[in-house]
Design a protein around this ligand. Structure first.
Ligand SMILES: C[S@@+](CC[C@H](N)C(=O)[O-])C[C@H]1O[C@@H](n2cnc3c(N)ncnc32)[C@H](O)[C@@H]1O
Ligand SMILES: *[C@@H]1O[C@H](CO)[C@@H](O)[C@H](O)[C@H]1NC(C)=O
Length: 262
């Protein structure tokens, strides 16, 4: 297995102050090999992209990922958990972080945070005064992830709300937060995804971005007419006709829709 230049323990010993310099000199960049590999279950999914052990895909990741050491440790630990591969893929999270930087985001909303990989990726992209409101109903994965939020020096930016996401979104709206978020990421239960989308359209400012993950649902959007697949397909139809947003659907992970609020 080709490992990146730094061993995990050496990376963890490096203070965040040198991270920027380390990126610049390339010491955190991977060198190909199998360290991006997800679990075998993920490889069996119907994907538009090459399988993740494809050498060309490995090349793409190894020449584009600049994963913060804490993010990388969090990803590795998350992949060891049950449902660990439900985490956003690293290149998706990096894209969202870059989009957040591009629009100079201050406030982000993360719906379905799990161990907080995406939340931490966004937090790292926000200024010191930035905030990520992280919605999660299950405390256990967030307790696992918090150590890495702290390690990255980003814990204070992540405002974890441990309750059903819909409740948090309605509390935010009731508290006058409409139009104050720059980015929202929807990656929780699919049964409620259309509801989350509508709430996000209210919470996100004009010019802001709403990302919805797993919108190809393992290819099942093509035929399955019940359950999560149907909910995802309904949302895909709704967004296609929604004149309030510009859209792109990227074949990353299990499909990532980006809706740009007009
Ligand atoms: C696909 S995972 C999220 C992965 C995460 N975005 C990441 O990048 O690692 C979905 C998460 O949504 C949470 N979830 C499901 N339904 C929820 C709800 N109604 N309210 C809040 N969280 C919910 C689950 O507990 C799970 O942790
Ligand atoms: C959808 O939202 C409702 C209202 O908060 C909640 O009761 C239900 O559990 C959610 N569905 C899932 C699958 O989380």
């Amino acid at each position: 297995m080709a490992l990146p230049r730094f061993s995990l323990s050496a990376e963890l010993a490096v203070g965040t102050a040198v991270v920027g310099a380390a990126f610049a000199t390339g010491v955190f960049l991977g060198r190909g090999g199998s360290w991006w590999l997800p679990t075998s279950r993920q490889e069996q999914r119907r994907r538009l992209l090459p399988s993740e052990d494809d050498p060309l895909w490995q090349y793409l990741l190894s020449r584009s990922m600049r994963e913060h050491p804490a993010l990388r440790s969090l990803r590795k630990l998350t992949l060891e958990q049950p449902q660990g591969d439900s985490m956003m893929t690293c290149e998706q999270a990096q894209l969202l972080a870059n989009l957040a930087r591009l629009i100079k985001a201050q406030k982000a909303l993360d719906i379905g945070s799990f161990t907080g990989y995406t939340a931490l990726s966004l937090a790292l992209a926000l200024p010191a005064t930035g905030q990520v409101v992280a919605c999660e109903r299950d405390a256990a994965p967030t307790e696992l992830g918090r150590r890495f939020w702290r390690e990255a020096g980003e814990e204070q930016k992540i405002d974890l709300r441990l309750r059903p996401a819909l409740q948090t979104l309605d509390e935010l709206l009731a508290g006058g937060a409409a139009g104050t978020f720059d980015v929202a990421v929807i990656d929780a239960d699919k049964e409620n995804c259309s509801t989350y989308y509508e709430r996000c359209l209210k919470l996100v400012r004009s010019g802001g971005i709403i990302a919805i993950s797993k919108v190809l649902w393992n290819g099942e959007v093509l035929q399955v007419t019940e359950g999560a697949a149907e909910c995802v397909r309904d949302l895909n139809e709704r967004i296609l006709r929604d004149s309030r947003v510009h859209i792109s659907l990227l074949p990353l992970g299990d499909g990532l829709t980006l809706a740009f609020k007009i």
